[in-house]
Design a protein around this ligand. Structure first.
Ligand SMILES: Nc1nc2c(c(=O)[nH]1)N[C@H]1C(S)=C(S)[C@@H](COP(=O)(O)OP(=O)(O)OC[C@H]3O[C@@H](n4cnc5c(=O)[nH]c(N)nc54)[C@H](O)[C@@H]3O)O[C@H]1N2
Ligand SMILES: Nc1nc2c(c(=O)[nH]1)N[C@H]1C(S)=C(S)[C@@H](COP(=O)(O)OP(=O)(O)OC[C@H]3O[C@@H](n4cnc5c(=O)[nH]c(N)nc54)[C@H](O)[C@@H]3O)O[C@H]1N2
Ligand code: SF4
Ligand SMILES: [Mo]
Length: 698
C-alpha cells in the first residue's frame, strides 16, 4: 500500500490528505501530519473523499445523445461532434453566441486551459464559473476598496486575533477546520462574535450573537460606523495615512443613529454599541465573512460596507486582522486566479486594458476579444433570448445550484448544443448533447489554491476510470480538433509554467517549487519569492484604500400577503453543493438523507405544522414538497432550506434578481408561502426530472 499526498476536493480550507492506494484503488484517506492548514486533521467530508471519486457510477466513456438517449462513443467521434457543433454555432452567431463555464473543483491547470480554450480557440470572452454565485461580489467590492479581491490574511492569523468577527458565514459547518481554529482561539481568550439571522452552532458558542434581520447587513455596518465616529473610536492615523474619502463616509453615516439602525436590523441598541466598541477597540480584529454577505442583490455594496468598517478601525495589514472572504470550493480561488471570469485574464489582468489583450494575443497567437464577456447567468439569459447557441460546462451542477430552476432548464433547452464534462451523469449532464468523462482530483497532477491564496500541489494517485481524462487534456485535444496548436502540453507542470510566465502575481511559483508540502501564498514573485501571508502591510495595490459610502438595499422580493415568509438557503456540514459527491457516501447520507425546511415552532404552530410533517413550499417561480423541522435557530417569519437535495430543490424557489455590479443572484432571500400536507401524507419526491418539466413547458 502507498500513501499519495493530495488536497481535499471539497471546501476552500484546503486540508492536506493522504490517499491510501492499493491495487490501483483508493482504499482509504488519512490526514497529512504537519500540514500548515489542517495540522493532521480532517472533517467528516474530508474523511469521506474516497466516495466522491468512487468508480461505481463514474463516467467511463464519452456519451452522445441520440433520440433522447445516451449511447457510448469513442473520443474521436465525440470530439469531432463537439468541434463541428461549436464551429456551426460560431458561424451562425459569432463568438458572442458560444461560451464555457469552468469548474471550481478542477485544478488550476484545468482552469487555465478552460479560459484559454474559450479565448484563444473559440475567440469568445464568455468564460465564467461558480464564483459568480459565490464570491463575485468579494472580487468586485474588495478590488474597488482595497485593490485585491482575496482573503487579506491567512488562516493561521486566527491564532493571533484578539477578536474574531464572523459575518454571514456558518463556519463550523462549512469551513470546519477554520471553525475549529476559531473555537480554539476563543478558548485561549479571543472574543468571538457572530452576525447571522440564524443561531448557528458557532453563534451558540460565541461571546455575542448579533441576530440581524435577513438582508439588513449594510444598515448594520453603517450603524456601527456611526457609533464608532460618534465616540471617536476610529483609527485616525490609519485613516489619514492610508485611506481616501473619509469625509464623505462620515457625512453619509452621520444621521444613522443606533435607534434608527436598531429598527431596521432588529438588533437592540446596546448590542450595536457593544459590537462597535469591541471591534474598534480590539488590538487585532479578524473579520471572516461568507454567503450571508455576498448572496444578495446588494452583494458588492455589502462587501464594501465590510471593508469600510475594517478600514475605519485600521484592522488591516497586520497579523490577526483583515477582511477575509471564506472562499467556498476547494479551488474557487484558483479558478478566479486563472482568469475563468469574463473580465480578467490569469492573475487578474483586465480584459478592458488594451495592453493586456495585446500581451495575451501575442502569447497565444490569436487576436483577443475586445471586451469583457457574459457571466454564467448572462449566458443562460442570452440563450432564452435566442442569442446564445453552444455551451460547454465543466463540472458544475447548474440545474441544482443556479437560482430559478425552471428558468435555467428552459435556457438549457433553448441551446443548440450543450457539452458537459463531468465525473458522473449529473442532473446537468442529462441535458447535454455530449457528455465527456473527466478525471477526478485523485486521478491527476495539478494544483489547487485554497481560500488564503495558498497554491498546493496534488499528485496523481490512481488511473482515471475507463477512458476518463483530466479536463486540461480534454480541452487540449478539442483545441487540436478545432485547428489550434497552442495547447500541446505534455504535463500539468508545463501548463502551470505557461500560466506563471503570463501572470506576474504567480511568476515565482512552479510545480518544482511547490513540491515540498505546504504550498506558497500569492503574490509570489521576484520581490516576494517566499509568498505573502498578509496583504496590504504598507500600502494597497491601488495605493490608498478607497472608502465608498453605500446605502441599505432591501431584498428584491420581501414577504407580502401572498408569500408571507422570508425564505433563505444554507448549507449542512455532511453534504456538499448539488450533492453529486457527498450523497454517494453512506456515512454522510446517514446523517441527513433528505431535504428539509427549518421553521420556528411558533410559525409552525400557527400553520398547524408538526415536526417531520410534509409541507408544500411555493414561491412566484416554483413549488416543491419537503418535510418540516421545527427549530428556534431560525427567527420568526423566516424559513430556511439547504440546497443539496435534488429531490427537494430549493433553487426551484429562489430569485434570479441580480447585483448590478457583480451579477450575483439573490440566493439568500425571497418570499414563499407554506401549506402543510395532510398529516401522514408523504412529500412528493421530485422524481420528475427538471428537463422533463422543461419539455412540458413548466
Ligand atoms: N458542508 C459544506 N461545506 C461547504 C459547502 C457545502 O455545500 N457543504 N460549500 C462550500 C461553498 S461553495 C461555499 S461558498 C461556502 C459557503 O459557506 P457559508 O458562507 O458559511 O454559507 P451559507 O451556509 O450558505 O451561508 C452562511 C450564513 O449566512 C447567513 N445569512 C443569511 N442571510 C444573512 C444576512 O442577511 N446577513 C448575515 N450576516 N448573514 C446571513 C445564513 O444564516 C448562514 O448561516 O461553504 C463551502 N463549504
Ligand atoms: N440556493 C442556493 N443556491 C446556491 C448556493 C446557496 O447558498 N444557496 N450557493 C452557491 C454557491 S456559493 C456555489 S459555489 C454553487 C456551487 O455549485 P456547483 O459548482 O454547481 O456545485 P457542486 O455540487 O460543487 O458541483 C460540482 C460538480 O463538479 C464535478 N466535479 C468535481 N471535480 C471535478 C473535476 O475535476 N472535473 C470536472 N469536470 N468536474 C468535477 C462534480 O461531479 C459535481 O457535479 O452553488 C450555488 N447555489
Ligand atoms: S474542512 Fe474543507 S478542506 Fe478540510 S477536510 Fe473538511 S471539507 Fe475538506
Ligand atoms: Mo461557493
Amino acid at each position: 500500500m502507498q500513501t499519495i499526498a493530495s488536497i481535499c476536493t471539497f471546501c476552500g480550507v484546503g486540508c492536506g490528505l493522504g490517499l491510501r492506494v492499493e491495487d490501483g484503488r483508493v482504499v482509504g484517506v488519512e490526514p497529512q501530519p504537519g500540514h500548515p492548514v489542517s495540522a493532521g486533521q480532517l472533517c467528516a467530508k474530508g474523511w469521506a473523499s474516497g466516495f466522491a471519486i468512487d468508480t461505481g457510477n463514474r463516467l467511463r466513456t464519452p456519451l452522445i445523445k441520440e433520440h433522447g438517449q445516451f449511447r457510448e462513443a469513442s473520443w474521436d467521434e465525440a470530439l469531432a461532434l463537439v468541434a463541428s457543433e461549436f464551429r456551426a454555432a460560431l458561424e451562425t452567431s459569432g463568438p458572442a453566441g458560444v461560451g464555457v463555464i469552468s469548474c471550481a473543483h478542477a485544478t488550476n491547470e484545468d482552469n487555465y486551459a478552460a479560459q484559454k480554450f474559450a479565448r484563444a480557440v473559440l475567440g469568445t470572452a464568455n468564460i465564467d464559473h461558480c464564483a459568480r454565485i459565490c464570491h463575485s461580489p468579494s472580487v468586485a467590492g474588495l478590488s474597488r476598496t482595497l485593490g485585491s479581491g482575496a482573503m487579506t490574511n491567512s488562516i493561521a492569523d486566527i491564532d493571533e486575533a484578539e477578536l474574531i468577527l464572523v459575518i454571514g458565514a456558518d463556519v463550523s459547518e462549512n469551513h470546519a477546520m477554520i471553525g475549529a481554529r476559531m473555537l480554539r482561539a476563543q478558548a485561549r481568550g479571543a472574543r468571538l462574535i457572530v452576525v447571522d439571522p440564524r443561531r448557528t452552532r458557532l453563534a451558540r458558542l460565541a461571546d455575542q450573537h448579533v441576530q440581524l434581520r435577513v438582508g439588513s447587513n449594510i444598515a448594520l455596518l453603517n450603524g456601527l460606523l456611526h457609533i464608532i465616529f460618534a465616540n471617536g473610536w476610529e483609527d485616525r492615523d490609519f485613516l489619514a495615512c492610508r485611506c481616501d474619502n473619509e469625509a464623505a463616509l462620515r457625512a453619509h453615516v452621520r444621521d444613522l443613529t443606533p435607534e434608527i439602525i436598531s429598527a431596521q436590523t432588529g438588533v437592540p441598541v446596546l448590542a450595536l454599541i457593544e459590537l462597535a466598541r469591541a471591534y474598534s477597540q480590539a488590538r487585532r480584529a479578524f473579520i471572516a465573512y461568507g454567503m450571508g454577505i455576498t448572496q444578495f442583490q446588494s452583494g458588492t455594496h455589502n462587501v464594501i460596507a465590510v471593508a469600510n468598517l475594517a478600514l475605519v478601525c485600521g484592522q488591516l495589514g497586520r497579523p490577526g486582522t483583515g477582511v477575509n472572504p471564506l472562499r467556498g470550493q476547494n479551488n474557487v480561488q484558483g479558478a478566479c486566479d486563472m482568469g475563468c471570469l469574463p473580465d480578467v485574464y490569469p492573475g487578474y489582468q483586465k480584459v478592458s486594458d488594451p495592453e493586456v489583450r495585446e500581451k495575451f494575443a501575442r502569447a497565444w497567437g490569436v487576436e483577443q476579444p475586445p471586451a469583457p464577456g457574459l457571466t454564467s447567468l448572462g449566458m443562460s439569459e442570452a440563450a432564452l433570448r435566442g442569442e446564445f447557441r453552444a455551451l460547454m460546462v465543466l463540472g458544475e451542477e447548474l440545474v441544482v445550484t443556479d437560482p430559478d430552476q425552471h428558468k435555467l432548464a428552459r435556457a438549457l433547452q433553448a441551446l443548440d448544443f450543450l457539452v458537459v464534462v463531468e465525473l458522473t451523469l449529473s442532473e446537468t449532464a442529462r441535458f447535454a448533447d455530449v457528455v465527456l468523462p473527466a478525471a477526478s482530483f485523485a486521478e491527476k497532477d495539478g494544483t489547487f489554491s485554497n481560500c488564503e491564496r495558498r497554491m498546493q500541489l496534488l499528485h496523481k494517485a490512481i488511473e482515471p476510470p475507463g477512458q476518463a481524462r483530466a479536463d486540461w487534456q480534454i480541452l487540449a485535444a478539442l483545441a487540436e480538433r478545432m485547428g489550434y496548436g497552442g495547447m500541446r502540453w505534455t504535463s500539468a507542470a508545463e501548463v502551470f509554467a505557461e500560466m506563471a510566465a503570463l501572470a506576474p502575481l504567480f511568476s515565482a511559483i512552479s510545480h518544482a517549487r511547490l513540491a515540498p508540502a505546504g504550498g506558497l501564498q500569492w503574490p509570489c514573485d521576484e520581490a516576494h519569492p517566499a509568498g505573502t501571508a498578509i496583504l496590504h502591510r504598507h500600502c494597497f495595490p491601488r495605493g490608498r484604500a478607497q472608502l465608498i459610502p453605500v446605502s441599505q438595499v432591501e431584498p428584491d422580493e420581501c414577504p407580502d400577503a401572498d408569500y408571507p415568509f422570508c425564505f433563505t438557503t444554507q448549507r449542512l456540514h455532511f453534504h456538499y453543493g448539488g450533492g453529486a459527491m457527498t450523497r454517494k457516501s453512506p456515512l454522510l447520507e446517514r446523517e441527513i438523507p433528505a431535504g428539509l425546511l427549518f421553521i420556528h415552532p411558533q410559525d409552525a404552530a400557527r400553520l398547524g405544522l408538526d415536526e417531520a410533517q410534509g409541507v408544500r413550499v411555493a414561491s412566484r417561480r416554483g413549488v416543491l414538497e419537503t418535510r418540516a423541522h421545527l427549530t428556534d435557530d431560525v427567527p420568526l417569519g423566516t424559513v430556511a432550506m439547504p440546497y443539496h437535495f435534488r429531490e427537494a430543490p430549493c433553487n426551484r424557489l429562489t430569485n434570479s434578481a441580480q447585483d448590478p455590479i457583480s451579477h450575483m443572484p439573490e440566493l439568500k432571500a425571497c418570499a414563499v408561502a407554506l401549506t402543510p400536507l395532510p398529516p401522514g401524507q408523504v412529500p412528493r419526491i421530485e422524481l420528475e426530472r427538471p428537463q422533463e418539466a422543461a419539455h412540458a413547458g413548466l
